[in-house]
Structure formats: C-alpha cells, structure tokens
Design a protein around this ligand. Structure first.
Ligand SMILES: *Cc1c(COP(=O)(O)O)cnc(C)c1O
Length: 359
C-alpha cells in the first residue's frame, strides 16, 4: 500500500485509522452480514451510529442544550440559501462580511432570497485577510451577521469572531473541529463535511433552536430547520455512509484528545510551515500575517512557471494536491486535522530542497 501525503483542499485526507476501520467492517458490519450502507436507516445498527455521531460532536464542541446538531444534504452551498430562507424575513436585512470567494457565494445566494448589507468588504484584497471589528458597518436590527471563519481558497482565517447584536451565522466548512469554540457565541454554524469532518455528502449545521422558529410559511418542509430538528435529521433517508464515517472521525478525535489537542497540533503544524515560508524570499505567504489560516496555507513563488514545477516535483515525491485554487493560482497546502505532522515535515524538507535547486 502506498498512502501519499494528500494536501488537497477538499475532499481531503482522512485519518488512515478511520479508513482502515471502515474497510475492516465494510462487508459485514458488526456481524449483521451486510454493509452499514446497505441497511435501513431506521434499523438498530444505523440508529446507533447516527446517535453516537451526534453525541460525540456535541461533546467535542461542547454544544449547549438549546442548540440542535443537524446532518443535512446539499453541502455547505445549499446552506447559503437555506439560511436566508429560514432566518431572513420579509422587510429585514442581513449583514454579510465579504472576505473572499466563499463569502461572495453566500452573499450571492442570500441576495436572491432577501436584503443583504455588506458590513465589510475585503474580499478582493491581496494580500488576503478577514475583516476587523472596527471596520464593520452593521445594520440596526439585522436578522443576523454572516461570516466565513476560514476562506479556504485565500487562506485567510478569522482569529477573533465579529461581535454584533444580531445572531452570528458562520460558515466553518474548512476549519470546524480544528480549534476550540464557544458555540454560545453563534446563532448558527454550518460546514460541508469534506474538509475537516469526513467524506462529501453531508453538511453539519449547529443551530440555536429558537432561531429556527423564525421560518416563514412559504418555505418547503425539506428546507426548514424545524423539520430536521423535530426528526433528528431522519426526516428522509440521511446519507448513512457519510454519517457513519463522520462517526468514526468523531471517535478518532476523542481518542486524540479532543479539540484542545487538535488545536495545539494544528497550531504547531501551521507555525512550522509559515516559518519555512518566512525564512526565505523564495516563498511568499498570500494572507496578511494576523489572519493566516492554520488549515489552508497559501503561498507563491516568483513565477507561475516555477510554481508549476514545484507542484509537479512535489507530486512526484508523494506530496499531492498542492496546486492553489484555479481562480487564484499559487500553492495551497491544506493541513486539516487528519494531516499528520510528518506530512508537514516532509513538505518543509521538500521546500528547502526545491529552493536549493532553483534559487
Ligand atoms: C468547500 C466550501 C464550501 C462549499 O461546500 P460544498 O459542500 O461543496 O457545498 C463552502 N464554504 C467553504 C468555506 C468551503 O471551504
């Protein structure tokens, strides 16, 4: 077997232990004689997985009673409109911070549903960054304030979440479970699974239950948070295999010491990588230093030609997925929870070698 270091932004690397466990019980789940993906979602085997995943994430993120955790389909992208459909009422305005490509998509979708105020706009700035509290132009009585905690494409991450009187809604697709979090500071948190949670096919939503009651009568049942809260995310067939893998990842996180241990490891990995970038003029970081992401480390070389060579030679050495997003180019090393420290060490060693050969 040849497992490479996969720096892809998403779908992204999963813990090898988790994949091995899934492999071991793929054909015969716990003596049932079938795979977990072949059985009824109402049966006892899947029911136990579903409940355990919810309980583990509640424990890991310390989610208070008054919040529901939901597993929904349609990715984080569906949340862009679903949030507005449910929380942005007629005659109201929602504040949005534009900090890059994902913020922009959220804004575009919400604008189809209702009125959006851009509270801060740093989405096209290079070097990239997140907004600062003092620049926010907040609306009085906003329905909510939306932000993206980690702009996956640019590598700019919120270090201190914005404050306002309105409930805070946050896209955490690429950094949920990477650091400790005070869920009570938020009205709604959402994340597509395929970066830091598990495989594609499911989005996790954490919502303060009273906010869900705002939903207007015009919203179809499947798109109401209240529907999924009332049915424990089993209103229709959930993506059972994806949620099963999420359950395995949640167990893995608990075994690794939870979010405190993850945060310490992620800080260490990112610091080492940024140190290697800053040690030389050969590489230059893309994000403003105070907003550098611990998950998606973006940097550039002097020319696109050199970047192409870097990506190709790294890939040949088993360091894959380093190509920056097609919209911005450059290099992006995604170092989510499941990327081992040895992977980051290998990348740093390659960076030094490449510089020596090409400087
Ligand atoms: C990947 C990503 C999305 C989109 O997720 P899908 O599950 O593909 O819809 C949204 N927001 C952020 C920050 C992302 O990284």
């Amino acid at each position: 077997m040849n497992r490479i270091y996969n720096f892809s932004a998403g779908p992204a690397t999963l813990p090898t232990e988790v994949l091995e466990e899934a492999q071991a019980e793929l054909l015969d789940y716990q003596g049932s004689g079938m795979s977990i993906m072949e059985m009824s979602h109402r049966g006892k085997y899947y029911d136990a997985v579903h409940k355990e995943a919810l309980a583990n994430f509640r424990e890991l993120l310390n989610v208070p009673e008054e919040y529901a955790i939901l597993f929904l389909q349609g990715g984080a992208t569906t949340q862009f409109s679903q949030i507005a459909m449910n929380l942005l009422g007629e005659g109201q305005v929602a504040d949005y911070i534009n900090a890059g490509a994902w913020s922009k998509k959220a804004i575009k979708e919400a604008s189809i549903i209702g009125k959006v105020n851009i509270a801060a706009d740093c989405g096209s700035e290079i070097p990239t960054r997140q907004a600062r509290q003092e620049e926010l132009k907040l609306s009085p009585n906003a329905a909510y304030l939306h932000c993206c905690s980690n702009e996956t494409i640019s590598g700019a991450q919120i270090k201190e979440f914005p404050k306002s009187d309105a409930p805070l809604v946050c896209d955490m697709s690429s950094d949920i479970l990477s650091r400790r979090l005070n869920v009570s500071d938020f009205g709604l948190i959402y994340a597509g699974a395929q970066k830091n949670l598990g495989p594609a096919g499911v989005a996790m939503v954490i919502i303060r239950k009273d906010l869900a009651e705002r939903v207007p009568d015009s919203v179809p049942e499947m798109l109401r948070y209240t529907t999924h809260i009332a049915n424990d995310s089993m209103f229709n067939t959930p993506p059972t295999f994806s949620i099963y893998l999420l359950c395995l990842v949640s167990r893995w996180l608990k075994k690794k010491g939870g979010l405190e241990a993850m945060e310490a490891q992620n800080d260490r990995k990112a610091a080492e990588l940024y140190e290697a970038i800053d040690a030389t003029d050969f590489y230059s970081g893309t994000a403003v230093k105070e907003f550098r992401s611990t998950m998606n480390v973006t940097f550039r070389l002097a020319t696109e030609e050199l970047e192409k060579k870097f990506i190709a030679e790294a890939s040949a050495k088993g360091l894959d997925g380093l190509k920056g997003h097609r919209s911005v180019g450059g290099i992006r090393a995604s170092i989510y929870n499941a990327m081992p420290e040895a992977g980051v060490d290998a990348l740093i060693a390659f960076m030094k070698e490449f510089e020596q050969a090409n400087a």
